[in-house]
Design a binder for this molecule. Structure first.
Ligand SMILES: [Zn+2]
Length: 152
């Protein structure tokens, strides 16, 4: 779901029917820009598997340069909400699917998400900061067909 500053929101299918403004390469993703009916331009990010996201991978750079022994954005803690329990189980499921090599048939994480899934799976036992739990849930929500829907 993409929300414009004018208040309108679009599903992916609706977004794809908006007027195309252009594409821009920004590896590892392509930016797809379309105009909302209010005239302002909205952008979604498309990875090499054709998956759309409204979050640019750079917003996840925390994962890449994070020193696992330093709690830079708050203390790590165990899952404490239903959503976090779901995320913990989900990331391990995706990790196992990835290890099976079964992404060839469409199961497991997209290539774009694979490193993140590996990271989270590797450090799950130490828990995550509040911010990381939120990131993990955002990453996993699009895999609801494989891991079940995130509890409300
Ligand atoms: Zn708008």
């Amino acid at each position: 779901m993409l929300t414009c500053s004018c208040g309108r929101s679009y599903s992916l299918a609706q977004f794809k029917r908006l007027k195309l403004v252009g594409h821009q390469n920004d590896p590892p993703v392509v930016l797809e820009m379309r105009n909302c009916v209010c005239g302002s331009t909205r952008t979604l990010y498309v990875d090499d598997q054709g998956s759309y996201s409204d979050t640019h991978p750079e917003e996840f750079e925390l994962l890449g340069d994070l020193d696992p022994w330093v709690d830079s954005d708050g203390p790590r803690r165990e899952a404490k909400t239903d959503q976090e329990e779901w995320a913990l189980e989900g990331v391990m499921t995706l990790y196992m699917l990835d290890q099976d090599g079964s992404h060839d048939d469409g199961a497991g994480p997209s290539r774009w998400d694979r490193d993140r899934v590996r990271y989270f799976a590797a450090w799950a036992a130490r828990g995550f900061s509040d911010k990381q739990w939120k990131q993990l849930i955002v990453i996993l929500e699009k895999y609801h067909r494989q891991i079940g829907k995130c509890p409300k």
